[in-house]
Ligand binder design. Structure first.
Ligand SMILES: Cc1cc2nc3c(=O)[nH]c(=O)nc-3n(C[C@H](O)[C@H](O)[C@H](O)COP(=O)(O)O)c2cc1C
Length: 260
């Protein structure tokens, strides 16, 4: 009986130790023009994580036009650019934050190439990305396809034009996900979808402005109050394309991401 009680006590202690253990985080990312890097560094700072950058053997250090031209060639040939081996031992980590820019609607080629050389099976992976207009959902879908045995959680994405928002949004993202402690304001759920009013269409048009990659028009909308303003989720005339817009009280509206 005494032996049994000791065994139960030992098991309970082992469980509680496992629960107390602070998870080890790795932030693994590729960034060409430093926007994704800014998110990676913020995650690293807030989590006390280790950080490693994915580096292509032949870096993408040309102009935007040269990068586009090179990517088009690589995409056509179906070849992924060679990247240097990852130094971190993934077995040392409980959670991997995996970051990349969005290129041609999905994970940038160097990060996609790195995914071929790593095995995230059984790991918890948190995706993050930066983009001109959007690509969070499509990137995560492709990440899941590339690493089907990983536990891929919901991710964070930010427009390159909104780098100022990174510290506050990363803080909230990590608190919501339970990765760091601290209070954050719960947002209401979006309202039911309704036809966008004239005033709402004007908000959409002001937010999207002359952004060259967005030709869609607002059709329906859902909204919710957020601190200091209103957030809208617009449907568009293009099936499946939705756009998140924030209208801060008394200030110009802006879009936060396009869902394609
Ligand atoms: C080759 C290339 C393709 C891109 N394709 C897209 C795209 O399909 N959608 C998008 O929203 N942004 C696109 N962008 C913009 C980048 O995603 C954006 O500038 C990103 O923040 C860059 O991240 P980085 O600074 O970490 O390199 C593209 C940029 C490049 C260079």
């Amino acid at each position: 009986m005494k032996k049994l009680l000791l065994m139960i006590a030992a098991t309970l202690m082992a469980v509680s130790c496992a629960q107390d253990k602070t998870p080890k985080y790795l932030v693994l990312y590729y960034s060409q023009t430093n926007t994704t890097k800014a998110v990676a560094e913020e995650l690293c700072k807030k989590l006390g994580a280790d950080i490693e950058e994915i580096t292509p053997v032949n870096p993408y250090n040309g102009t935007y036009e040269e990068t586009i031209a090179r990517c088009m060639r690589e995409r056509e040939s179906g070849e992924l650019p060679e990247v240097n081996p990852i130094a971190a031992n993934l077995d040392d980590y409980d959670v991997i934050f995996f970051g990349y820019p969005i290129w041609f609607g999905t994970i940038a080629l160097p990060a996609a190439s790195a995914l071929k050389n790593v095995d995230f099976s059984g790991k918890t992976v948190v995706p993050f990305c930066s983009f001109g207009s959007g690509g969070l959902e499509a990137g995560i879908k492709d990440l899941k396809a590339a690493q089907p045995k990983a536990n891929i959680l919901s991710g964070y994405g930010v427009r390159a034009a909104r780098t100022d928002a990174i510290p506050a949004e990363v803080d909230r993202f990590l608190k919501e996900g339970g990765f760091i402690d601290g209070d954050y304001e719960e947002y209401e759920a979006f309202s039911a979808v309704r036809p966008a009013s004239e005033a709402e269409v004007a908000i959409f048009n002001a937010a999207v402005g002359t952004y060259p990659m967005i030709q869609e028009k607002a059709t329906n909308v859902a909204s919710r109050p957020i601190p200091g303003g209103t957030e809208y989720l617009f449907d568009t005339n293009a099936p499946g394309i939705k756009i998140y817009v924030v209208a801060p009280n008394g200030k110009e509206p802006y879009f936060t991401r396009v869902v394609r």
